[in-house]
Structure formats: C-alpha cells, structure tokens
Ligand binder design. Structure first.
Ligand SMILES: [Zn+2]
Length: 309
C-alpha cells in the first residue's frame, strides 16, 4: 500500500517539529474549553473500513487527535471534541462509538455526528448513541465528488429528521454545494430539527468562483438563503474546511474572509468552528483513484495561520 504524496502529509502532532515551530511562532487561539465541532478518527485497529468506500485514508488515531487539540488550545488542555463519522466507514459507527467511550473514560467531553442506515437503524441504537454523546446525523453529498440529486436529498433530509426528532438536541448535518440552500429553503423551514451547514455551507471564495461572482462573492447563488435560514434559527453554519471552499492556499484561504465576515456580522450566534482534522482530501480527485486500498494522505494545513487571517 502506498501514499498519495501529492496531497502531502498529516498535520499536527504526528510531525512534532511542525508543532514545536507553530508554538514558537504563533499563539494558540482556541480559548480554554472551546469546542472543535468537526474532527475525524481513522483507526483500522479499532474497526475495518466499509466495502465500496470512496477512499482509504491514512491512520488518524484518537491519541493524535487529542494531542492536536491540546496544541491548538491556549491552556494546552484538551477541549470539547465533536467526532464526525467519516465516509470510509459509511454507516458503521463502531470506531466512532469506541472513541466516544474512550473519551468518556478520559473525562474528555466528546460529542458526535453519526451516519446511520436510515431504514434499518433501531431507535434503541440511536438512544445508545445519544447516551454516548451523538447529537446529529450527517448527510454528505460531496464525498465522492458526484452531482447532487435534489429530489433524493430532500427525501433523505426529511427521513433523517423524522428519525431523530424525538432525540433532544439532535440536528441534521449537511455538506452540499451552496446553491443547494436555495433549492432546500422551504424544506428546511418546515423540518422538525435544525440543520448544520458543514464547511461554510459550501460557499466558495473568489479563487473557486466563476468570473461573474468573483467581484461580489456574497452574491453567489445560495448564500443569501443560507444566511436567511441561519437568521431564522433553522441553520447553524460550521466554519471549517476552508481548503474545500478556496484554492488560495498561499494566503491561508483569505478569499473566504468576505464570506466569513458577512456571516459573523449577520448571524454571529449561529456560527460554530471546526478544524476538520486530519484534513482529508476532496471527492473530485477520488473518481480517478484506481486502487481503493491505496492510502490517501492528508492535506498539510497551517491551522494557526488560518485563524490569523
Ligand atoms: Zn471532515
């Protein structure tokens, strides 16, 4: 098994020289007790990846995640972590639930967004997930880089919401291209649970926008619907994965600044932050991957640099 080296290496504590350098040159910016609302664990020792997955990631065990979080936190203590079920495990949450139990045993506050088989998961299984810290279901429409089928998406959204509406605090997390918020606007207003818009709701920075929207990124289709849904308390926008929204890595994705500033102005109470550790690659590149067992490397991301922008 090899590594797709073009996407570079894992960030954070696995590369201690990098961590030390960050500590020397940049101030950790996470306040004590902050939530990192979007992280993943990839650990084949705890359970196998699902057949038919879009990619096989490098290993990213829980111990490395904890070290990464400590490295970002002002007091050097691990904060609150929201584990998001990553697509290579599909609907098998075994590894994620093992990690939640592990966090509990370490007295670390762990929460989770799970992926379930909406037809076959039992209410009892959901209840057990709730006890361990799960608070939402993820619908990911960009893991394999394919187009979004709106009819299917609206159907799944309702179905997911119905499965979780009796569970306190649960939400549906959606990762979709930003224009989809126009199409789903009415459905989301009627949904019995709020929605988390993953990775800035799919909004794009200038570097990824078509020419007609580059001068006015706030006018990209779907962004005003996203903002309006957030204003009405129906959507929480997750500020995360900026490298999915922008290709301007040289400036630490600073072309996302107008988007994030607009959200901070309009819906400051509807925003959460997630590091997206360990920074997996993107769906479009995977359609060409001939060998599913080849481990795909993680992106090298300057997390502290992104905060400073
Ligand atoms: Zn992610």
């Amino acid at each position: 098994m090899g590594t797709v080296s073009s996407i570079a290496q894992t960030d954070g504590p696995a590369h201690s020289s990098r961590s030390v350098k960050d500590h020397q040159t940049k101030t950790p910016l996470l306040p004590a007790g902050a939530f990192d609302t979007h992280v993943h664990v990839f650990d084949p020792k705890l359970g196998p990846y699902a057949p038919g997955r879009a990619y096989t990631p490098e290993d990213a065990p829980l111990s490395s995640l904890i070290a990464f979080n400590e490295h970002l936190t002002q007091d050097g203590q691990v904060g609150n972590l929201v584990l998001v079920q990553p697509s290579p495990y599909k609907t098998d949450c075994t590894v994620l639930l093992k990690c939640l139990r592990d966090l509990q045993s370490r007295n670390i506050n762990g929460r989770a967004i799970v992926v379930i088989d909406l037809d076959n998961a039992t209410d009892r299984a959901l209840q057990e997930m709730h006890q361990l810290g799960a608070r939402g279901i993820r619908l990911n429409f960009q893991a394999d880089g394919r187009e979004v089928n709106l009819t299917e998406l609206a159907h799944l959204l309702y179905k997911a919401a119905r499965r979780i509406q009796h569970l306190p605090g649960w939400m549906v997390q959606l990762y979709v291209p930003v224009w989809v918020w126009d199409a789903l606007y009415d459905s989301i207003l009627e949904l019995p649970v709020p929605v988390i818009a993953d990775h800035v709701g799919g909004a794009l920075g200038r570097s990824k926008l078509p020419p007609e929207f580059q001068e006015s990124p706030l006018s990209q289709p779907g962004f005003s619907s996203l903002t309006s849904l957030a204003k009405q308390g129906r959507v929480i926008v997750k500020i995360s994965g900026l490298y999915r929204c922008s290709s301007d890595s040289v400036s630490a994705y600073s072309d996302m600044k107008p988007i994030i500033e607009s959200l901070a102005r309009e819906v400051p109470d509807q925003l959460v932050w997630g590091s997206d550790w360990p920074h997996t690659g993107d769906g479009a590149a995977r359609l060409k991957n001939p060998d599913i067992d080849m481990k795909e490397g993680f992106r090298s991301i300057d997390n502290l640099g992104i905060y400073e922008v």
